[in-house]
Design a protein around this ligand. Structure first.
Ligand code: ADP
Length: 237
């Protein structure tokens, strides 16, 4: 399928261009922290509960909190109805997201506790694990949970032989490779890296750099959304 024409992608983007990203902070009253992210045609909500007592008890860690990220796709989030409930893919994404976020949250401050992060995909258009992580990390900051830094995330990939940033659905479906990545921006430490498809070593190096650059751009958008929400609270007081 022709995904690139005259150096432009199907939606008019250049190779290193992100989709439009909008982040709203603190959108849910019942959650300790929350964030809503629109990223291209993706729509994702993240909500944080805790730190709270861990149940079941046998999962408690007396040295630190356990962060559980629960990724879920709504039945109406994709073109054909998605069967509700967990599946192999959502279990995998929950696991890698929990691990990535655990690198930045200061878990040792809350022994025996659970920090639960719910990621609900309301509308999916490729890259939802990156959008989920981005939303989750803003929601954790909104909850006031101590963190060393954010987690910022973005995918790159290969489409019609070109390395491009932030694949949308058509590129994900008909492209050659998808490389989701998440990073702790201040240290440029990678906390998630997956690859679906094939790349040569040189292509991999380029795609890796492109995804890191994209994640750094996402980091700026996350910080701006948080700053805006803090300023709004001050003005409202
Ligand atoms: P990611 O969303 O992180 O890119 P995948 O590469 O597994 O994860 O999925 C790519 C896209 O495929 C999703 O964003 C979504 O649009 C679509 N998709 C995933 N699971 C389903 C499903 N069960 N039914 C229909 N579409 C799906």
């Amino acid at each position: 399928m022709e995904l690139i024409k005259d150096g432009k992608r199907l939606d008019g983007r250049g190779f290193n261009e992100l989709r439009d990203i909008k982040i709203e902070v603190g959108v849910l009253n019942r959650a300790i922290g929350s964030a809503y992210v629109e990223w291209g045609r993706n729509k994702v909500m993240a909500a944080v509960y805790g730190p709270r007592e861990m149940h079941p008890k046998f999962l408690r860690d007396p040295t630190k909190a356990v962060l559980r990220c629960i990724y879920n796709m709504a039945p109406f989030s994709v073109e054909d109805r998605k069967r509700p409930g967990p599946d192999r893919r959502s279990v995998e994404i929950s696991k890698i997201s929990s691990e990535a976020l655990s690198h930045v949250v200061m878990l040792e401050r809350y022994p025996n506790s659970a920090i639960d992060v719910y990621v609900e995909i309301l509308q999916a258009d490729a890259g939802t694990r990156c959008v989920g992580l981005t939303a989750a990390s803003v929601a954790l900051a909104d909850a006031g949970i101590p963190m060393k830094d954010m987690v910022a995330s973005c995918a790159s990939g290969k489409v019609n032989g070109e390395i491009v940033l932030d694949l949308m659905k058509e590129e994900d479906n008909y492209g050659d490779c998808d490389l989701p990545l998440a990073v702790i921006p201040r240290r440029k430490e990678v906390v998630l890296l997956q690859m679906d498809g094939k790349l040569t070593q040189d292509e991999f190096k380029k795609a890796y750099e492109v995804a890191i650059d994209g994640s750094m751009q996402v980091y700026e958008i996350q910080k701006n959304a948080l700053l805006k929400s803090v300023n709004e609270v001050k003005i409202g007081e």
